[in-house]
Write a protein that binds this ligand. Structure first.
Ligand code: ATP
Ligand code: FE2
Length: 328
């Protein structure tokens, strides 16, 4: 049996079909790309409403799955942009009612954790979750995932996107900045803002734009920004490992696609005698497969929702969600 998972928290509309052993049988995604500036929530939501029905069809067809083989319909309930979340939730409710299957609300951040955890084969790893809106170091303890450290201002991905647009590029900035950084040679000092297990990025943005005004090249800026920001993330992950006496780390979120970040965290973890795992890129970025897999876990733990009680929760926090499948 499979679970269908629907992701629509921000820029990406995605449908995943996953079986009970976490095999991704089908995955169909489409990203809304604004022509200029950042994401407009309404425009993104319109994009999702328009595309989701076809993405469902494509994902089911590529998985060779019929609706009768679907065990449940999972959707990302939060956190995210209200109009975008409602687009995915509406499609999920419609499918659950049409197919007469349970509706399973899933937390988007927990889904990033669970897909990375199952693919890694690691039982109880620390997670560095680095995406557009979120930057958190997470570990499981007593019934839920706990946020040990996080950004004090903006998410790392939103920071990279904003910076890249200020430097004349277009959304998404993270991957473009990664390419640009490959040609960088000189490391310019930027504010290194680590506070215990928390980080802050806005000072780097201001300082980078000041360096740009002084004529520093874009590749050098990209290199300096990556080296500084990813060192900060690596440091708070190491502090969390030492504090919790753990030695395994998994990465999740779109920024976990980045080779420099992967390399820096790997070097740190292996230097401590531990193991690091990063999922394939298609499963680091927002995707319906992680929602479907977490839907399996939630469904088995009895976490289903009546349609009338399935309102989206744009501000739902990782550490407020119960994860009974992980034990008491
Ligand atoms: P969340 O709701 O979990 O915050 P999100 O909506 O930001 O998720 P993701 O797909 O998890 O979506 O992450 C998107 C972010 O990842 C964007 O900010 C993008 O610039 C960044 N990103 C993608 N690829 C790379 C890369 N190679 N290097 C750095 N950043 C990247
Ligand atoms: Fe995400």
């Amino acid at each position: 049996m499979v679970v269908v998972g629907i992701e629509s928290t921000a820029h990406t509309a995605s449908v995943g079909i996953v079986d009970e052993r976490a095999n991704v049988l089908g995955l169909a995604s489409d990203m809304y790309r604004p022509t200029a500036g950042g994401i407009h929530p309404r425009e993104a939501a319109n994009h999702h409403v328009e595309l989701l029905p076809n993405l469902v069809k494509t994902a089911l067809e590529s998985a060779h799955v019929r609706p009768t083989e679907v065990e449940g319909v999972a959707f990302a309930q939060g956190p995210g942009l209200g109009p975008c979340l409602r687009a995915g939730a509406t499609v999920a409710r419609m499918l659950a009612l049409t197919w007469d299957r349970p509706l399973v609300p899933v937390n988007h951040c927990v889904a990033h954790v669970e897909i990375a955890r199952v693919l890694s084969g690691l039982d109880d790893p620390m997670l560095l979750y680095a995406s557009g809106g979120n930057t958190q170091v997470i570990a499981y303890a007593r019934g839920r995932y706990r946020v040990l450290g996080e950004t004090l201002d903006i998410g790392i991905g939103n920071f990279l996107d904003k910076l890249w647009i200020e430097l004349g590029g277009t959304f998404p900035g993270g991957p473009a900045l990664e390419k640009e950084a490959q040609a960088g040679t000189e490391l310019h000092p930027l504010p290194y803002s680590v506070h215990g297990m928390d980080v802050a990025f806005s000072g780097i943005l201001t300082a980078t734009l000041a360096l740009r005004a002084k004529g520093v090249s874009r590749p050098d800026l990209a290199y300096s920004v990556e080296a500084t920001a990813y060192a900060m993330l690596t440091e708070i992950t190491e502090r969390a490992l030492a504090h919790r006496r753990r030695d395994t780390v998994v990465l999740g979120g779109g920024v976990a696609c980045n080779e420099r970040l992967r390399g820096m965290v790997r070097t740190m973890v292996e230097g401590r005698g531990g193991t690091m795992y990063a999922p394939p890129r298609s499963l680091c970025v927002d995707n319906g497969a992680m929602i479907a897999w977490t839907g399996h876990l939630a469904l088995r733990a009895g976490q289903t929702s009546a349609v009338e009680q399935s309102a989206v929760q744009p501000r739902q926090r990782t550490d407020l969600v119960l994860t009974p499948w992980r034990g008491g």
